[in-house]
Design a protein around this ligand. Structure first.
Ligand code: F6P
Ligand code: MN
Length: 311
């Protein structure tokens, strides 16, 4: 018998099948699937981007490319009609917006296009998503039920966790997200480090910690894109990413709600850790959408070591 479509797909585990087999509840499954599909649209936008700066500044002062806005628009409009999302918080918006009837089950946070300034350099960029059940601000506890990120690189890959491990999918030529790695597990210790911020702005304790990693032979891996840098630690099964407190910005640069907590959720599901130097990233209160935090995230040995140096 020739190779029919059934032979081709028989052993393939796509995203929907995986979530179904993993027992992810139906509405959450459908929501994650829809977001993964939005990743395809965003990637199409990246391809057609004219790369011109829109001239607008976003509220954090980064140059905002029109591509950021486009990614945000695509995501918001798709989620609006998903039937599963009542509130949407995006790095591109100043406030959380209500997008459903109010009865929907989930609240979604998004960094629609992380690292967008890297587009013109042809380095990888990404989308980061957090999915919550209850109000996200000021609850004092984290209500995240799932998180995912998409990496737009030579291939488009997606890592999701719905609280039952972290799993990697690759978008194939047929447009299916196909399982690449199930239950990614970090080693106790890695061999790469990815330190943000300028050395001259680091606080002394952080400088000492980094010098120790250098002495221990850790290799430097920093692209300037949070998604690919985190993805490298996860796929290489160990190492550390940090964006520390800086002398003039004690809260660092990265945003808790849109960037750090979703990645911490995934990293912990893969057996890693994430801390601000003292507390777990997931236990930090998010008083407002703009809140930033220093971060040390990766395999357990390096994150514990960071804590020791900082305290
Ligand atoms: O979203 C902020 C961001 O672009 C991240 O993707 C990245 O990790 C970080 O900023 C890079 O900051 P810097 O340019 O200071 O190294
Ligand atoms: Mn970002």
């Amino acid at each position: 018998m020739g190779e029919g479509i059934n032979d081709y797909t028989k052993n393939m585990v796509d995203l929907r099948r995986h979530m179904w087999m993993a027992g992810v509840e139906e509405e959450l499954r459908r929501l994650i699937w829809q977001i993964a599909v939005v990743g395809k649209y965003i990637s199409a936008k990246i391809h057609e981007a004219n790369r011109k700066l829109a001239g607008i500044k976003n509220i954090y002062g980064d140059d905002q490319l029109s591509l950021d806005c486009a990614a945000d628009d695509i995501l918001r409009s798709q989620l609006q009609f998903s039937g599963f999302v009542r509130e949407y918080a995006s790095e591109e918006l100043e406030d959380i917006v209500k997008i459903g009837s109010g009865k929907e089950k989930y609240i979604v946070t998004a960094d629609p296009l992380d690292g967008s300034s890297l587009v013109e350099t042809n380095l990888a960029i990404g989308t980061i998503i957090g999915i919550h059940k209850e109000s996200i601000l000021d609850t004092g506890r984290n209500t995240m039920v799932a998180a995912l990120y998409i990496t737009y690189g030579p291939l488009i890959t997606m890592i999701y966790s719905a609280g039952k491990g972290a799993h990697e999918f690759v978008l194939n030529r047929e447009g299916e997200y196909v399982l690449a790695q199930e239950n990614i597990k970090l080693k106790e210790k890695g061999s790469i480090f990815s330190p943000g911020g300028l050395r001259r702005d680091w606080i002394p304790a952080h400088l000492k910690f980094i010098e120790q990693l250098e002495k221990d032979g850790y290799k430097l891996r920093y692209s300037g894109g949070f998604v690919p840098d985190i993805n490298q630690v996860l796929i290489k099964k160990g190492g550390l990413f940090t964006y520390p407190a800086l002398q003039k910005s004690p809260q660092g640069k990265l945003r808790l709600l849109f960037e750090l907590q979703p990645m911490a959720f995934i990293m912990e599901q893969a057996g890693g850790l994430a801390t601000d130097g003292k507390e777990d990233i997931l236990s930090l209160k998010v008083e407002n959408v703009n809140k930033c935090s220093p971060v040390y995230i990766g395999s357990p040995t390096e994150v514990r070591m960071a804590k020791q140096f900082l305290n």
